[in-house]
Design a protein. Sequence first.
Length: 398
Amino acid sequence: MSRYRLSPTPAQEAVLAGHCGHARFVWNLAIEQHACWKPGRRSAPGFTEQCRQLTEARAAFDWLRAGSIVVQQQALKDFAQAMANFFGGTHRRPVWRKRGRSEGFRIVAVTPGDVRRLSRHVGEVRVPKVGWVRFRWSRAVPGGVRSYRITCDRAGRWHVAFAAIPEPIPAPGTGEVVGVDRGVAVSVALSTGEKLNAPGLRDTERARLLRLQRKLARAGRGSKRRGRVKAAIARLSAHEGDRRKDWIEKTSTGLARGFDVIAVEDLKISGMTRSAKGTLAEPGGNIRQKAALNRGILAAGWGQLVTRLEHKAPGRVRRINPRYTSQTCNACGHRAAESRESQSRFRCVACGHRDNADVNAAKNIRDTAAGHAVDARGGDRVAGPVNREPQRDLLPVG
């Protein structure tokens, strides 16, 4: 997906918001139909039957007929694909869409004449029932575009994303392998010794966010003041997300261009960021500490970084079991939990080797991907799967 910032006029923005509302209504109606299904009943309607029902609904309701049939039918097709992915075991079950969240719609059967460039930094895209809508031409639009998706984030910004298969970045051909260790205090540590951190909000912005959150807690539900505060919080969150995405794009591009093989930890992020609240019968423990860790993991962009690496360097990303990589000395191969003195310091209790703990782990990941590691006698040995034990003692406090 190549995403660009849309600049609709107020009149165009109203029609786009209507398209989003129609797509959300059709999607939620399909969700409700499948929620009513029980064993023993007829199967829930499929895409063809839902399209027939949509035709009847458009004939009965003027407000629905005023919208685009392309937008509404595509919402049903997207839902059918989401259900197929769910039953295929690759995705979660589709959920209800709320106003102000996940707003957007998709347009298919796009022709080359539906996208044009006006000047160096301005382009236009043709949207059904809207006409030509301008967007910022920040980079070349990929060729062969067959569909696009228009979205509106919680900060009220409109974007258009053109669906196209990106060209992979060619390998440098040097044969070099790099290990990538992902963490919370240090977002990315490389086996080369480099440590990178995902950018977040500045100190002044964090202070403002805290003030806004306190205002939100005092504002009455449904009030205009609460709406203004929520919009201000959304704008700050959007700035943070944009900075993180920009950092991920630049970091993944640099790794894809600089190394032939990129070794990363095979982490189950969805399980690692699961809430620790538990149930009423079995309540969890260390809930606040676990919540802080979850926020740190998500703010570091662990999953997005690996996803973009696999897009830009297909076939060159190696997933390594992370067990014990933080406890194993890269110099002698001795494994001991005591060697990890703190979050940042590693000192081998066997040979005395000192290194940054994250960099040492990245080197172990690199050596595992390369198929060899150095043993205590200085020779090469074949390395088996290297995994990391959960560092429960390193959870942030507070």
